[in-house]
Design a protein around this ligand. Structure first.
Ligand SMILES: O=C(O)CCC(=O)C(=O)O
Ligand SMILES: [Fe+2]
Length: 248
């Protein structure tokens, strides 16, 4: 990036990284450890939410469009951003990674997985790209009345960062009704547990992509998570998905 491009990127989101740094990370980390998910209140302002959601029709920002019904993924559609990522996604991804990387390393240690994640997102992306996972994964989702997102896991190759973030860009009750973010946890030899995460416009949810450790009476065990969105009852709902590994 040239110096001028860097300056204009900063101007578009002057203090987003500082805003991310100022979130209550001890609280978020404690929630992630105990529940496998945590809400990041007011990650984006309503103006920033609108600015991202209105990118949807402009295909110059995206590498592909997925119509979920064609793949059995649910109903609705989404588009994967292309590189270079626009603001504020370009700033959010490394800023969030920097605070989640410690959780990821602790979780792997607890689960007996010997993969560790570097301190910077750039270094982790280099690992993905060298393994042929070079396509950007941040995505913008668009749902209309009747749409839903089936329970799934965003795995795109061998390299997986174990946490991801989804940001609600629309305002519940005004822009849409229904459309709740849902997580399920499949515990070994036990029945599954569901969690509905209440989000306001601009709130984000950080959650486990695939596995997380749970402390039991007989040591640590692994639970298998999936996430999705319940049926949108009315209106239109947009979400920004921030996945930290790239795709094959
Ligand atoms: O629309 C949502 O809230 C979920 C989006 C999603 O599946 C993701 O960000 O990976
Ligand atoms: Fe997803």
């Amino acid at each position: 990036m040239t110096a001028i491009a860097k300056i204009s990127a900063r101007a578009a989101a002057p203090d987003l990284a500082a805003h991310v740094d100022a979130l209550d990370w001890p609280q978020i980390t404690a929630e992630l450890d105990s529940q496998g998910c945590a809400v990041l209140k007011n990650l984006l302002t309503p103006d920033q939410c609108r600015a991202v959601a209105t990118l949807y029709p402009d295909d110059t920002h995206f590498r592909s469009r997925i119509v979920m019904g064609r793949h059995g993924f649910g109903r609705g559609e989404y588009k994967y951003f292309s590189y270079p990522l626009p603001d504020p996604i370009a700033q959010l991804r490394p800023a969030l990674y920097g605070h989640l990387q410690g959780v990821a390393n602790r979780w792997n240690e607890a689960m007996g997985i010997d993969i560790r994640y570097p301190a910077s997102h750039g270094a982790f992306l280099k690992r993905c790209h060298e393994a042929g996972q070079a396509r950007p994964t941040p995505l913008l989702l668009q749902y209309e009345a009747g749409d839903y997102n089936c329970l799934h896991q965003d795995l795109y190759g061998e390299h997986v960062f174990p946490l991801q973030v989804a940001i609600l860009l629309s305002e519940p009750g005004r822009d849409f009704t229904g459309g709740e973010f849902v997580l399920t946890e499949q515990r070994p030899r036990m029945q599954s547990r569901a969690e509905v995460v209440p989000l306001a416009q601009g709130d984000a949810v950080a959650f486990a992509v695939h596995h997380r450790p749970v402390q039991g009476t007989r040591g640590t065990y692994r639970v298998n998570l999936r996430h999705g969105v319940s049926r949108i009852r009315s209106g239109q709902r947009h979400t920004l998905g921030v996945i930290f590994h790239d795709a094959k």
